[in-house]
Write a protein that binds this ligand. Structure first.
Ligand code: ASP
Length: 331
């Protein structure tokens, strides 16, 4: 008998219609009534953590999810976290860093339509997730959605309404689930003992570049945040119009005090700052971290984990950033 713990956090999957629109409000008992058919060799417990639209997800909610998994880790064979789809990719990335080397699968799932609706993807997503979490070959953090199993460090929500909401970016899907059968493409090694981390520093800002952007906000951003991720164009570069302001601001701090990381607005194939002069000159004059094939959600989560867990010097931060965790980088 495999034992699975379902943790509910809200989201569309557990939402009900209200005069103001969909609100997450289904209790664990109501959810249990809608649970799809599961084999008698799987026992399921459900624990309600909170009921939020995942738009309202914060670092303290992440800590509550992590604590619930840690507190129950020895009691179950696998975990399914029901979560709103909007920020699920961020949560999956955060859990991938905060719970490392988990031999037991930690699956995130949700739905584009509530489980109580006649036409819904919730039941099949939940059924696939339970099946995957109960399988002894599954390890680590993944999203199971619309028949795909996606590494927690490579998921992105790519559709806002239809059922095929998630894609795996810069890594093939780990597996597919078809009619109750798991077809595995990538083997996830389970190496070592699970390691839980305690704290997250959410003080990471995302600056998306647009052509002709004014540099006026840059000093303010650096005065507030510990790390700034610049979402640049193409292979990666910084426009001359903001470069000087960036240099002036960063020179006011030690490199470990204000982290600058670069990623790209292009969905696939990552950043390659060494390709063009606009990128190479930045890499030469700044101490920066480059995303390469890591997704935006993943570098934000990785920085929150690194800055929250005792990285003191620039060298430590740089070394941790470039050390692959949970298949976040394969280049
Ligand atoms: N707004 C919802 C949420 O993220 C959307 C969903 O769950 O699909 O909580």
């Amino acid at each position: 008998m495999r034992k699975i713990l379902i943790l509910t956090t809200g989201g569309t999957i557990a939402s009900v219609q209200s005069p103001d629109g969909l609100v997450p409000g289904m209790s664990s008992n109501q959810l249990r009534e809608h649970l799809p058919q599961i084999g008698s060799d799987i026992a399921i417990d459900i624990k309600e953590l909170f009921h939020i639209d995942s738009t309202d997800m914060t670092a303290s909610h992440w800590i509550r999810i992590i604590d619930a998994i840690r507190d129950n880790y020895d009691l179950y064979d696998g975990f399914v976290v029901c979560h709103g789809t909007d920020t699920m990719a961020y949560t999956a990335a955060v859990l991938s860093y905060m719970i490392q080397n988990s031999e037991k699968p930690i699956v995130l799932t949700g739905a584009q339509k509530p489980i109580g609706f006649e036409i819904t993807d919730a039941k099949s997503n939940l059924q696939d997730s339970i099946l995957y979490a109960a399988n002894s070959l599954s390890h680590g953090v993944q999203i199971v959605f619309a028949g795909k199993v996606i590494a927690g460090t490579h998921a992105r929500k790519v559709r806002s309404m239809s059922f095929l909401a998630f894609e795996s970016i810069n890594l093939p899907v780990i597996a597919e689930i078809n009619n109750g059968h798991i077809i595995r493409y990538l083997n996830i090694p389970s190496n070592g003992r699970v390691q839980f981390y305690d704290s997250i520093n959410p003080n990471v800002f995302l600056l998306k570049l647009t052509p002709s952007m004014s540099p006026d906000l840059i000093p303010e951003i650096f005065s507030i945040y510990d790390a700034v991720v610049i979402e640049s164009f193409g292979a990666g570069g910084i426009p001359a119009s903001i470069e000087n302001t960036l240099l002036t601001e960063l020179s006011k701090y030690r490199p470990e005090e204000k982290i600058l990381a670069m990623t790209t607005q292009v969905t696939y194939e990552g950043s390659h700052m060494n390709t063009y002069a606009v990128g190479r000159r930045i890499a030469d004059s700044f101490k920066i971290l480059e995303a390469r094939d890591m997704t935006l959600e993943t570098i934000i989560a990785k920085l929150m984990w690194i800055l929250g867990n005792n990285s003191k010097t620039w060298d430590e931060i740089e070394q941790r950033f470039y050390t692959p965790v949970a298949m976040d980088s394969v280049y």
